[in-house]
Design a protein around this ligand. Structure first.
Ligand code: SAM
Ligand code: SF4
Ligand code: F3S
Length: 455
């Protein structure tokens, strides 16, 4: 139905969107459309959007606006380029987007990704604009095809939505309340992935730790980990964990199951109890540090990563110092640092916010310095070690090298012996001796590879 057409998906935002984009690609390919890398080559341009910070909003508007004047692809069967917007901005703004951006043909939301092909076909056939937004529904759609970026790595959403209402965050308003997927379905999907040869599953949820509360009356994330680990999958990761719901049972799972990777993303947001309370995070810095201690005891050498917001309304230098101290103390492997962005409709948008922009930027820069030092220190600890790396393909820096991920989720580049076919290494877990450890990556020698990979 879409044969002889091409499509390009631009994805903003979090893993939820990346996963939705894989489903969209799968559905369009099933209709005969061909994925391409750039909008220039595309007859259909799809934007899967994020509104968590203002910058993401602005970038989308700019990119979509530029579609209007982009020349059509030579050989396109259409007389125009079709443009579709989905994801969180689609959900938030609905058909208002088509009033602002008149060349947008289709708008869909976060709860009805599966509707996109039908809406697109309707727009193509009738020439009319299509928009469909659904509120508060969770369809996990295991039946939809998906085109995974890497065939050996799969996202597995265990819940959608969020009930936490952190005061700065728009996510609960666009993704709705938390809905968990039944445990047997999660496990059946994990099993199917294993049968298909997937090596790494990443369990997804805005707060995986509260998984099951809506379905079973109590969180059951530890059980999810047990059952997914029992499928025999080689690597399990999960994002994201809210500190207030991280239980001892979940922490113990790092020690119990070898296939749970030694990496934990535990968003702290701030090190100041005053700011944490204003953010409605419902834990203190002390509680967070106790969790870190427990996690490191259960899994020595675990890589900890986090999110930090700088410049929340009313943040003082003292509050910032508390954050800087906490970040130094935890010694993270990776920290995602964000400048607070006011989101209309959230409680924080109404809080007095008079910290000058330069002061916030200065705090941000100081934090980034601390973060870089600890990331470097953490990577240095692996010098001389042999780490199993899930190979993704040739390295972007040097096509004669391969790159992949270590169990601690570090990027590893490795030199390969002469005469080895890189394509044969993709998706394999192979030993790399670490010889260089920098802030953002490790580098080393591939020690072994399957016999069939020799050219
Ligand atoms: N649910 C996840 C959690 O709580 O860990 C993360 C959700 S959010 C998509 C990812 C990160 O964006 C948050 O952890 C927070 O640091 C950041 N964020 C959310 N709203 C923000 C805002 N208004 N301004 C700046 N950063 C924000
Ligand atoms: Fe946003 Fe907080 Fe929910 Fe994370 S836990 S998605 S930061 S409201
Ligand atoms: Fe952005 Fe929506 Fe994710 S707002 S971070 S894409 S849930």
């Amino acid at each position: 139905m879409l044969s002889n057409t091409t499509f390009c998906i631009t994805t903003f935002g979090c893993q939820m969107n990346k996963h939705d984009s894989e489903k969209i690609a799968g559905m369009l390919e099933q209709l005969g459309s061909i994925p391409v890398e750039t909008n220039q080559e595309a007859d259909i341009s799809i934007f899967v959007t994020c509104c968590v910070r203002e910058k993401a909003d602005e970038r989308l508007m700019g990119q979509v606006a530029s579609m209007k004047n982009l020349p059509l692809r030579k050989g396109t069967p259409f007389s125009k380029r079709y443009v579709a917007i989905g994801g969180c901005i689609g959900q938030r703004d609905g058909d208002n987007l088509q009033k602002k951006l008149r060349h947008v043909d289709v708008v869909f939301g976060t709860h009805n990704t599966e509707a996109l092909p039908g809406l697109l076909l309707e727009a193509i056939e009738t020439g009319s604009k299509q928009s469909q937004i659904v509120e508060g529904r969770a369809e996990f759609h295991d039946d939809l095809p998906e085109h995974r970026e890497h065939p050996w790595a799969a996202w597995l959403p265990i819940s959608v939505g969020c009930n936490n209402f952190c005061t700065y965050c728009i996510v609960p308003y666009v993704r709705g309340h938390e809905i968990s997927r039944p445990l047997e379905e999660v496990v059946a999907t994990a099993q199917r992935f294993v049968d298909e040869g997937v090596k790494e599953i990443t369990l997804l949820g805005q707060n995986v730790n509260s998984y099951g509360r809506d379905l079973y009356g109590e969180p059951k994330f530890a059980q999810v980990l047990d059952e997914v680990a029992a499928t025999g999958i080689e690597r399990i990761r999960f994002v994201t964990s809210h500190p207030k719901d991280l239980t001892d049972e979940v922490i113990e799972r790092f020690a119990m199951h070898e296939n749970i990777m030694p990496a934990l993303h535990l968003a702290v947001q701030s090190g100041s109890d005053r700011i944490l309370a204003a953010m409605n995070r419902r834990y203190t810095a002390e509680h967070y540090l106790q969790l870190v201690e427990k996690v490191r005891k259960a899994c020595p050498g675990i890589a900890l990563s986090t999110d930090v917001i700088v410049g929340f309304p009313g943040e003082t230098e003292e509050d910032f110092q508390a954050t800087a101290d906490l970040v130094r103390q935890v010694d993270y492997s990776q920290v995602f640092t964000f400048i607070y962005s006011k989101r209309e409709g959230t409680p924080a948008a109404k809080m007095p916010d008079d910290t000058p922009r330069e002061v916030i930027q200065d705090r941000f820069d100081r934090l980034v310095e601390i973060v870089q030092e600890s990331a470097y220190r953490q990577n240095q600890q692996q010098l001389g070690e042999v780490v199993p790396v899930l190979i993704e393909g040739s390295s972007k820096r040097d096509t004669l090298m391969v790159s992949g991920r270590s169990p601690r989720n570090q990027t590893v580049h490795a030199e390969i012996p002469e005469g080895v076919d890189i394509d044969q290494l993709k998706g394999q877990i192979l030993p790399v001796k670490v010889e260089e450890a920098l802030t953002w990556y490790l580098k080393g020698q591939l020690l072994d590879f399957p016999a069939g990979a020799a050219k």
